[in-house]
Design a protein around this ligand. Structure first.
Ligand code: NAI
Length: 330
């Protein structure tokens, strides 16, 4: 079986190497179709994406992606946003769970963020109204809002989850977030067996940091989903433990929530767990549940023992030593 692998920028090469080694150890049979993309590739070649990358993703239907850097306030558009919009990977699934051995504020967090991935302010429709005024358009459609709500309820049903909560600010953005909420409430009626409610984004942030265990599945428009993903990663030990999947009808792209971590890149210091957990999600979706479970157990064992963990959670192991420890447990 073939899958596209994009190493990306910064720590991408180191954590992608870790996944390749673990995949070989697990004998997944996956043949990696490797392509380059990102800021480093842009500097070297003048192109953001290597020729053939989009075609390869379309053909294989599955990709694992390292982080890619995006310039702030100027320069090219985010490759992530580009890929999500190009392949209409409309749902960004981000599970958040506490792990034994990872220092965190709470012990009982187990929630899933479903982030709408294609519209909202991330549509990138911005222009200068005049020299001193910038305009950005928050685009929310009924079709995309109903689609993400349906995805959230279907996910809850399939995965034994009990409640889906819509995230919004419809008290202020009455049309855009109002439409998102209205679409959610319409779809919720089709799933009487799953509880549903809604929460205003600012109140949600307070509730998440004081009592995260009250949430099960959170269904959010793009921007709020992006922000609460990092907040929730912080609840369970940081960005090193936050995996994700971008899911469309024809293409799935798996990636860690974190970025390219330029401050530690190239020093064999990065924690590869989030990308390995994203790979674990990919294996499950490919029908390799037994291998995914073995990987999960190995990760949990190494982390719980705490002898070969990386610096982000107070350990002293390098990326490669951590990877070696996981392979030994496999
Ligand atoms: P970041 O997530 O790269 O780093 C934030 C902090 O977390 C840094 O101190 C970093 O060292 C640490 N960190 C992140 N991942 C880690 C890991 N696996 N192990 C240990 N420590 C880790 O966020 P930042 O600095 O805001 O962004 C850097 C670049 O990444 C930017 O160009 C941004 O656009 C890009 N980015 C890309 C994403 C993607 O491709 N999916 C997602 C988020 C940011």
């Amino acid at each position: 079986m073939k899958a596209v692998l994009i190493q990306g920028d910064g720590i991408g090469r180191e954590i992608a190497e870790s996944v390749k080694e673990v995949s070989a150890e697990l004998e997944t049979g996956i043949v990696w179709d490797e392509y380059q993309a990102g800021a480093q590739y842009y500097e070297a070649s003048g192109k953001l994406l290597q020729d053939g990358l989009l075609e390869a993703i379309a053909k294989d239907g599955i990709a694992l992606k390292g982080p890619t850097a995006t310039p702030i306030g100027k320069g090219f558009r985010s490759i992530n946003v580009l890929l999500r919009q190009h392949f209409a990977t409309y749902a960004n699934l981000r599970p958040v769970k506490t792990m034994t051995g990872v220092p965190s504020r709470y012990e009982n967090v187990d929630l899933v963020i479903v982030r709408e991935n294609t519209e909202d302010l991330y549509k990138g429709i911005e222009y200068m109204y005049d020299q001193d005024t910038a305009h950005g358009i928050k685009l929310i459609s009924r079709a995309a809002s109903e689609r993400i709500a349906r995805f959230s309820f279907d996910y809850a049903k399939k995965n034994g989850r009990h409640k889906v909560t819509a995230v919004h600010k419809a008290n202020i953005m009455k049309m855009t977030d109002g439409l998102f909420l209205e679409s959610f409430q319409k779809v919720a009626k089709e799933y009487p067996e799953i509880a549903s409610d809604s929460v205003i984004i600012d109140a949600l942030c307070m509730k998440l940091v004081t009592d995260p265990a009250q949430f099960d599945v959170l269904c959010a428009p793009n921007l709020y989903g992006d922000i609460i993903s990092d907040l929730c990663a912080g609840l369970v030990g940081g960005l090193g433990f936050a995996p994700s999947a971008n899911i469309g009808d024809k293409v799935r792209i798996y990636e860690a929530v974190h970025g390219s971590a330029p401050d530690i890149a190239g020093r064999d210091l990065a924690n590869p767990t989030a990308l390995l957990m994203s790979f674990e999600m990919m294996l499950k979706d490919l029908g390799m549940k037994e291998k995914a479970d073995r990987l999960q157990d190995a990760l949990m064992e190494v982390i719980a023992q705490g002898k070969e963990t990386t610096a982000d959670i107070g350990g002293h192991a390098s990326t490669s030593a951590f990877t070696q420890a996981v392979k030994e447990r496999l």
